[in-house]
Design a protein around this ligand. Structure first.
Ligand code: IMP
Ligand code: MG
Length: 180
């Protein structure tokens, strides 16, 4: 285990098993359709790379980058587009792929933006959900959730703290000593 972690929350095996289940569910739900998977940079790239290879329906990919966090562990509440998608979503079946649903501000913002662009359908697949952290009045519906986790700051499998730990193959709880 990385020395900056308190404990491992999800092992590589647990993650890959769950990702395969999500991929199977998505493949069933979108049977006969063409899907556009949109990864929210940078946290969801590892999840996206694994998930897309478990999806058996025809699927395109695109990326967008949103900033809502500074270099720390608390949301600033300010959401802005750093990089938009390359292709239009109009008339397409869009699946937003996110690493974690925390306050919900980022996904709420993305959903509002996307809905205004007239996709054929739009759903969210998030690897992690921290329901206890949802900001008051922020309502985000995710069709696919990998794991519901307690209120702790987690890193690894794409998730960072100050741009570190993204390359860990598992997900762990960061020691408060690191961000103290
Ligand atoms: P929200 O807008 O508060 O839902 O924040 C979502 C974004 O905050 C995620 O896409 C992550 O980039 C980041 N985030 C929230 N919680 C964590 C965490 O526990 N570890 C690492 N990043 C997190
Ligand atoms: Mg993110």
């Amino acid at each position: 285990m990385h020395p900056d972690l308190d404990r491992i929350l999800l092992t590589e095996e647990q993650i890959i098993t769950r990702v395969r289940e999500l991929g199977a569910e998505i493949s069933r739900d979108y049977e006969g359709e063409r899907l556009l998977m949109v990864s929210v940079l940078k946290g969801s790239v590892v999840f996206m790379a694994d998930l897309m290879r478990t999806v058996t329906v025809s699927a395109g990919i695109d990326f967008m980058s949103i900033s809502s966090y500074g270099m720390g562990d608390k949301t600033s509440g300010v959401v802005k587009i750093m990089k938009d998608m390359d292709q239009s979503v109009e008339g397409k079946h869009v699946l937003i792929v996110e690493d974690i649903l925390d306050s919900g501000m980022t996904l709420r913002y993305i959903m509002n933006l996307m809905e205004a662009r007239n996709p054929a359908s739009i759903e969210i697949c998030t690897l992690l959900d921290k329901p206890e952290r949802r900001a008051p009045g922020v309502d985000v519906k995710c069709r696919y959730i990998g794991f519901t986790i307690p209120d702790a700051f987690v890193v690894g499998y794409g998730l960072d703290y100050a741009e570190k730990y993204r390359n860990l193959p598992y997900i762990g709880v960061l020691s408060p000593l690191v961000y103290g």
